[in-house]
Design a protein around this ligand. Structure first.
Ligand code: 7PJ
Length: 278
């Protein structure tokens, strides 16, 4: 596998696991009154995540939480692009855009994004074409169903094999569209159309996806699979989140998507120190 991933003007070292820090973009950001305070708050959070060790900042303007409703393209662009521009002006960090809309991807690419993160794996109209016309890496995630209903009754013949078959097909579709395999990152999509048991089976067998010999991303931070197992509200899931991050990193995840960058960095440093002797 590649040792470095070129993400626009930045390089990502794939020899050890790296942190993708999640930047929450509030629904009513940047409308008139709140404009500067909201952007300032976002920039403060970004700066803190970079100081704490995040190599990628993932900006999402569409909620993909279970049951979430759709966001218009215009709204998504007006939420995401001003922050993207501001970050690229101030910091030398990779900015990832969490979107499933071709026009949002195109705007993001024009404005300095270093990575496209699509929970719908480029299956929406125009996405393959937009990605084929650039040379950025793209994360394709597995999801069964769609956010509104995906947690209703997820079913798999064989969880790992079904997800692998999905990846295989998407990789082929990407390659056929002109997106080279070397710029694809795979993510099995914790919490996206998976029961509690299925999510833990997925974590137990995460290392199976190394058979693709492609970079793996794991997003588990503060998710329901942690809250439901531990009976903890979303603000009390740090210990659970760190444990899942460690388990994923030990099984080969190269990008760990988290809210708590500083604490996850501590955990990864311990893993790296041990890895020296493994
Ligand atoms: C993920 C994501 C994930 C990738 C979200 C949340 C839901 N992108 N975007 N993987 N999750 N690649 O953070 O709870 O797991 S939004």
């Amino acid at each position: 596998m590649l040792k470095k991933l070129t993400c626009g003007d930045q390089q990502l070292d794939l020899e050890k696991p790296q942190i993708m820090g999640i930047l929450n973009v509030t629904p009513d950001s940047f409308s008139d009154g709140g404009k500067f305070t909201q952007l300032d708050a976002a920039m403060y959070q970004v700066e803190q995540m970079i100081i704490d060790g995040a190599k990628i900042i993932d900006i999402g303007g569409e909620s993909t939480r279970p049951g979430a409703s759709d966001v218009s393209e215009e709204d998504e662009i007006s939420r995401v692009i001003p922050i993207l521009k501001a970050i690229k002006q101030r910091f030398g960090v990779i900015v990832s855009i969490d979107t499933s809309k071709a026009n949002v991807m195109a705007e993001a690419i024009t404005n300095g994004a270093g990575l496209i993160n699509d929970v719908r794996a480029l299956q929406n109209d125009g996405c393959l074409t937009v990605l084929a016309q650039c040379d950025l890496p793209v994360c394709i995630m597995h999801m069964q169903g769609l956010p509104r209903t995906m947690q209703v009754s997820p079913y798999y013949q064989n969880l790992i094999d079904d997800i692998k078959a999905f990846f295989q097909k998407r990789i082929e579709d990407c390659e056929q569209a002109g997106i080279e395999k070397q710029r694809i990152i795979l993510d099995p999509g914790f919490g996206f159309g998976k029961s509690l048991e299925q999510n833990y089976q997925l974590l137990a067998q995460f290392s199976d996806f190394n058979s693709f010999d492609m970079p793996l991303l794991a997003g588990l931070s503060r998710k329901s699979m942690i809250g439901n197992l531990l009976n903890r509200d979303v603000d009390k899931r740090l210990a659970g989140s760190l444990t899942t991050a460690v388990l994923a990193a030990q099984q080969g995840a190269k990008i760990i998507r988290v809210h708590d960058v500083k604490e996850t960095m501590d955990a990864l440093k311990i893993i790296n120190a041990v890895a020296e002797y493994a």
